[in-house]
Design a protein around this ligand. Structure first.
Ligand code: NAD
Ligand code: WQD
Length: 334
């Protein structure tokens, strides 16, 4: 029988790509999203890509009854929980908003799931839970520490899930720690649509290339790295989407609580990323060097071997594909 998956935040960037993959794998999908950082046109585009329209509930995870209602109405088997706020800077200015949305919202979801005995969950965590203290490649066993309320909201939820599993081992929980998600669906129909001036590198680069922003400020060229600029583990959003499918299959086979890094295991510098973008798109990206950004680490990349060993998942898309797909989305749809 077809499984029904409730996807909170399924109209957002990573959620929408995952919904496409779930539909393509023959699952039934219910998107539960309050559209605070997305638009319902994404649902139409998901249908155009996959040939199937997911159910869509415009709902808020701060409303436990609304979650209960959807879980019941659609006889949900499992939940993938993307809904949350994700801006580090905003979380520093508005910590309570972040704790309410990301922590209280998750508690509501867990309570509703428990009431209906839906005990299978994939949770969007982040490499941000590794803080600044670890030397890459970073494995799941690295100590966790956080430096801002956004990161703390992820860490708190991870700890709540651990307590929940300890109290009731019937839960099947997969915690996925994403490194730096970039790129878009190859159709160019869905992708990342940041509001205002982007904070993250790839959307900023794409907006410079299209002429919306004048130049990229590269934060720091004096790091102890190959070219002085910061190194990150950029991962194609379609690889991430496939990681969620693998995680769902895995917790079905091997019920437990497990955390996995979703990264490529490869570090790429800011200058290497700019160069890859220019080669993949034929567009010039003007840049200037600026001071280091507060809170940035020099290097971060994953040890993704556990996800391969346990779930059989590994990222396969190149940096050039990430750039070409991000550009197709930026230049044809946004
Ligand atoms: P996104 O903002 O594009 O998607 C989040 C979705 O959740 C949006 O559609 C938004 O409308 C919805 N949402 C937010 N609060 C909600 C609420 N209270 N009720 C219902 N819906 C709500 O973000 P994304 O990049 O797709 O991130 C998805 C998840 O992955 C988030 O939890 C984020 O913290 C995590 N994550 C993202 C990154 C990244 O760099 N993009 C990295 C690591 C982890
Ligand atoms: C990447 C590199 C910058 C912008 C953030 C969050 C993290 C996670 C992913 C959610 C760094 C440099 C960037 C610019 C630049 N999100 N840069 N000029 O900081 O690794 O991670 O997004 O969980 O929590 O902190 O990603 O894309 O902002 O930066 O030089 O205009 O690009 O210094 O070296 P980051 P990023």
């Amino acid at each position: 029988m077809k499984k029904t998956i409730l996807v909170t935040g399924g109209a957002g960037y990573i959620g929408s790509h995952t919904v496409v993959r779930l539909l393509e794998a023959g699952m039934k999908v219910v998107v539960f999203d309050n559209l605070c950082n997305s638009s319902s046109t994404t649902i139409e585009r998901i249908e155009r890509i996959s040939g199937t329209r997911p159910e869509f509930v415009e709902g808020d995870i701060l409303n436990e009854d609304a979650i209960l209602h959807s879980l019941q109405k659609f006889s949900v088997d499992a939940v993938i929980h993307f809904a949350g706020l994700k801006s580090v800077g905003e979380s520093v200015s508005n910590p309570l908003t972040y704790y309410k949305n990301n922590v209280v919202g998750t508690l509501n979801l867990l309570n509703a799931m428990r009431q209906l005995n839906v005990k299978t969950l994939v949770f969007s965590s982040s490499a941000t839970v590794y803080g600044t203290g670890s030397t890459p490649p970073i494995a799941e066993t690295a100590p966790r520490s956080v430096t801002n309320p956004y990161g703390r909201s992820k860490l708190i939820v991870e700890e709540i899930l651990e307590d929940l599993y300890r109290a009731d081992p019937d839960w099947k929980i997969s915690v996925l720690r994403y490194f730096n998600p970039v790129g878009a669906h190859p159709s160019g129909l869905i992708g990342e649509d940041p509001r205002g001036i982007p904070n993250n590198l790839m959307p900023y680069v794409a907006q410079v290339a299209i002429g919306r922003l004048q130049f990229l400020s590269i934060y720091g060229n004096d790091y102890p790295t190959i070219d002085g600029t910061g190194i990150r583990d950029y991962i194609h959003v379609m690889d991430l989407a496939e990681g969620h499918l693998a995680a769902l299959n895995y917790i079905d086979r091997k019920p437990a609580l497990a955390a996995f890094n979703l990264g490529t295991g490869r570090g790429v510098s800011v200058l290497q990323m700019v160069d890859a973008f220019e080669r993949a798109t034929g567009k010039r990206v003007k840049y200037e060097f600026a001071n280091r950004r507060k809170g940035d680490v020099a290097t971060s990349w994953a040890d993704p071997s556990l996800a391969f060993q346990e779930m059989g998942w590994k990222a396969s898309r190149s940096v050039e594909e990430m750039c070409a797909d991000a550009w197709r989305w930026q230049s044809t749809t946004l």
